[in-house]
Design a protein around this ligand. Structure first.
Ligand SMILES: Nc1nc2c(c(=O)[nH]1)N[C@H]1C(S)=C(S)[C@@H](COP(=O)(O)OP(=O)(O)OC[C@H]3O[C@@H](n4cnc5c(N)ncnc54)[C@H](O)[C@@H]3O)O[C@H]1N2
Ligand code: MOO
Length: 404
């Protein structure tokens, strides 16, 4: 059977996925969420002409030639504006953030003045507008500040708050269920015997998914038995999840039951074998509202597949833009590599230096998809396209960063 190219599989997976709806959240809970509606300013900021400095407000014309001595008639502080008007020959003491009083059109900073009772001598001739932040200089009421599909970063939250918006409409967090399969699997810390394998891959997948905005539920481990696998799949599909991620049981062995169990539950699987290393036995399909992603059990394969497929899927479900193909970055080979065969290869690699502004990367010696130490040690994945010819150290290559 011909293997499906990675890009084609990704396109198929994403074609079936769309935004999953929205909810309103207070700003305190909005960091990292994706806007489901634009943020529109509800006020003009600054709300009035305000001072950028501590100093004195005056008519610029009164200090066109300096020194110029003016009479102090009051004070304007942030939140406590001066009620009167700055008439010719007068000045008002004001502080950073204070409203500029009527009549004044410039500010002289206090370092450039001398105070003697209620007389203030200006030693600097200001130009009109000097040190004044005009009303609406940041944004005006009614302006669109952030668009739908924007992921809210820390600095965006300050902008939204300043716009007098206390609650934002954001994409609902995708609900992701994780289901492991395999008689050999036991939890960490429970005294695994030599013939057993510790459930490891869901911890990396859960962390990746959470960082991408998902709510993750670990549904546990299913045994390699058809009735139990089917019952577990049914319960998971009925659980109201947006995504069901299974791990293991994806290949062709007698105990690989995920595909038949899903099919028996009415899930049409779009793909089963793709041109990817690690991660050839990957499947996905849909059951009503739930996207099903069946990852291989080998933990490195599962992690790479989650990076390549689950993360873009979670983005799409939240209304984020998703590139048509995995975005790779340029790098320089730090050692010779062999010709590649038909599968796109994502090799665990470390950064060993920099050359011409690009990282120099070298594949780690062991590329077995069950070996976790090298995955943890890797800085990036060195990507080899299908049928890429051999390449020498110093030649350009492509990498996919791993999460920090
Ligand atoms: N005849 C063939 N055999 C295999 C093929 C093939 O094309 N033809 N593909 C190989 C490839 S590539 C991979 S990858 C694996 C994937 O197999 P499965 O998805 O069926 O995974 P399992 O057999 O269930 O497990 C593989 C391996 O991973 C361990 N595992 C499983 N789940 C977990 C977990 N949650 N945490 C940690 N480790 C887990 C499991 O114990 C096995 O050691 O198939 C090849 N075979
Ligand atoms: O593709 Mo499997 O994921 O080599 O180990």
């Amino acid at each position: 059977m011909a293997l499906m190219p990675v890009e084609e599989a990704l396109a198929l997976l994403l074609a079936a996925a769309g935004p999953i709806g929205s909810e309103n959240v207070p700003l305190e809970e909005a960091a990292g969420r994706v806007l489901a509606a634009p943020v529109i300013a509800r006020r003009t900021t600054p709300g009035a002409d305000v001072s950028a400095m501590d100093g004195y407000a005056l008519r610029a014309a009164d200090a066109a030639t300096v020194p110029a001595t003016l009479r102090l008639i009051g004070e304007s502080a942030a939140g406590r504006p001066f009620a009167g008007t700055v008439e010719p020959g007068t000045t008002v003491r004001l502080f950073t953030g204070a409203v500029v009083p009527d009549g004044a059109d410039a500010i002289v900073i206090q370092e450039d003045t001398r105070r003697d009772g209620d007389l203030v001598t200006m030693n600097e001739a200001p130009t009109p507008g000097r040190h004044i932040r005009p009303a609406g200089g940041d944004f005006a009421s009614g302006e669109t500040l952030l668009e739908t599909g924007h992921k809210l970063r820390a600095r965006d939250l300050a902008l939204v708050a300043a716009a007098d918006v206390a609650e934002v409409s954001v994409a609902r967090r995708p609900r992701v269920a994780l289901l492991s399969t395999g008689d050999e699997l036991v939890r960490p810390g429970t005294g695994a015997r030599a013939h057993q394998v510790i459930v490891s891959n869901i911890y990396s997948i859960a962390a990746l998914a959470r960082a991408a905005g998902a709510e993750v539920t670990d549904l546990g481990v299913l045994p390699d038995e058809m009735a139990a696998t089917q019952a577990g799949m049914r319960a998971a599909l009925d659980g109201g999840f947006d995504v069901l991620v299974t791990t293991g049981g994806a290949s062709v062995g007698d105990h690989d039951l995920v595909a038949p169990a899903l099919t028996a539950q009415g899930v049409t699987l779009a793909v089963h074998k793709i041109a990817l290393r690690p991660g050839k036995p990957l499947m996905f399909g849909r059951s009503r509202r739930t996207q099903v992603l069946g990852l291989p059990g080998n933990p490195v394969s599962a992690h790479v597949c989650a990076t390549l497929f689950l993360l873009p899927l979670l983005k799409k479900l939240q209304g984020l833009d998703v590139p048509a193909a995995t975005e790779l970055q340029p790098a320089i080979l730090g050692s010779d590599v062999k010709a590649n065969e038909q599968r796109m290869d994502f090799m665990r690699a470390e950064i060993v230096g920099r050359e011409g502004g690009l990282p120099v990367v070298r594949p780690l010696p062991v590329q077995d998809s069950s070996m976790l130490r090298n995955l943890a040690r890797a800085d990036v994945l060195l990507v080899r396209r299908p049928h890429a010819p051999p390449a020498k150290a110093g030649e350009p290559c492509e990498i996919l960063p791993l999460e920090d």
